[in-house]
Design a protein around this ligand. Structure first.
Ligand code: F3S
Length: 381
């Protein structure tokens, strides 16, 4: 990889051990991926922030960076953590709380905005062609597909290294030539709600696994897209789609496309009713203000079941009226966390009905009984 003189100095440790370590990570990964240079980024987003995910080894690594003087050099945000720090809705033991707090303190000391959300694009929406180093798969695919920004799916340590260096290797989806479609998805029906779009995303990810599909559909609302994209990034390894009328022009290329058909029969088997659920869950990725308003309009009477909605702490502060209204109707909020990154199985929750096929994917893998429900079903819980 060709480095500038300044980058060479940073790599050799002239500016401290932390920056040197960050540069070593970026150069090593970049070289494996065939990158020829590093490029500046405007925003890094770190995933792998929950103590449930990274445990003690992660805590030690982050603290060693702090000791080495690590500071972010660009706007940098962090993903949800393993419990809601604002309430006791998610029960974790003392050891877990201590570990999680040490992780958060390390991020804070490095200068990260501890935003605790998987929707960093609601905090600051990147522009087309903007280079990012994001580590949350649902946010990565949203940034590439909907916003036309350029980012790969970075692992936790790479996103942290990129935040410190303010750079990322130029490879993968950072290169226009690699943003080329290779399949064309035809939908045999018109999904009408976030959960149905989410199921479509799940089916696409499952069917094609990798690559950049082009979706031939009249563009659905962004909130529905968010659910679809997140699910396709979970069930497959997708980091980008192309949707005409949504994906900004010139941020992608058209390639030779294999045709893929997705019909109602590919998604319907994932759905069930709210009746048997211990918990009904919405907000994966974290819910937007518009979604909260939609849910509030749908819920006419107080819900009888446990209904949880995951939101970014900052949205919770901002959306006072709708939060109050939903709370009165019995809806509970989980802030800065979600069912996937927290150890909810230890709370005895076994049966989950959710609007998110991403949550469906991960909870199923953890052995929980989980199925999809539409947003209007949440209202009748
Ligand atoms: Fe966000 Fe958790 Fe879903 S981090 S995308 S709400 S799995």
């Amino acid at each position: 990889m060709m480095l500038t003189k300044e980058e060479e100095r940073a790599l050799s440790g002239e500016y401290g051990e932390a920056l040197s370590q960050a540069m070593r990570i970026l150069v090593k990964v970049g070289e494996v991926l065939g990158a020829e240079r590093l490029v500046p980024i405007s925003h890094a987003h770190a995933s792998g922030v929950s103590y449930a995910t990274i445990g003690e080894p992660g805590v030690h690594w982050l603290e060693s960076l702090v000791k080495g003087g690590a500071k972010v050099s660009v706007y940098s945000t962090v993903n949800p953590i393993g419990f809601d720090p604002y309430s006791d809705i998610i029960k974790v033991d003392e050891n877990f709380v201590k570990g999680q707090i040490r992780i958060l303190e390390a991020f804070e000391k490095m200068g990260f905005d501890t935003s605790l959300t998987c929707t960093p694009y609601y905090l600051r929406e990147p522009k087309p062609f903007e280079r990012l180093a994001w580590g949350e798969s649902s946010a990565v695919i949203y940034a590439n597909t909907v916003l036309g920004a350029f980012t790969n799916r970075e692992g936790g340590p790479v996103a942290v290294a990129a935040a410190i260096a303010g750079k990322i290797y130029e490879a993968g989806l950072q290169v226009l030539e690699n943003r080329r479609t290779d399949s064309r998805i035809r939908l045999g029906f018109r999904p009408t709600d976030a959960a149905e779009w989410s199921a479509v995303g799940y089916a696409i990810g499952e069917r094609i696994g990798q690559g950049i599909p082009r979706l031939e559909v009249p563009p659905p609302p962004r909130d529905h897209l968010k659910y679809m994209l997140a699910a396709s990034a979970a069930s497959g390894g997708l980091a980008m789609m192309v949707i005409e009328g949504v994906t900004p022009p010139k941020t992608y290329l058209l390639g030779e496309e294999e045709k893929v058909e997705i019909g109602r029969e590919d998604v319907e088997h994932m759905f069930g009713s709210v009746e048997d659920a211990d918990l009904v869950f919405h907000g994966c990725p974290h819910a937007s203000l518009k979604e909260l308003v939609e849910l509030d309009n749908l819920i006419k009477e107080k819900v009888e079941k446990e209904v949880w909605v995951a939101v970014a702490p900052r949205l919770y502060e901002r959306a006072n009226d709708v939060i109050k209204s939903l709370s009165k109707k019995g809806v509970k909020f989980v802030r800065g966390t979600c069912l996937v990154v927290s150890p909810i199985d230890k709370m005895g929750i076994r049966k989950v009905a959710t609007t998110s096929a991403k949550t469906y994917f991960y909870l199923k893998r953890r052995g929980l009984d989980v199925w999809l429900v539409r947003l209007r079903d949440v209202a009748s819980a």
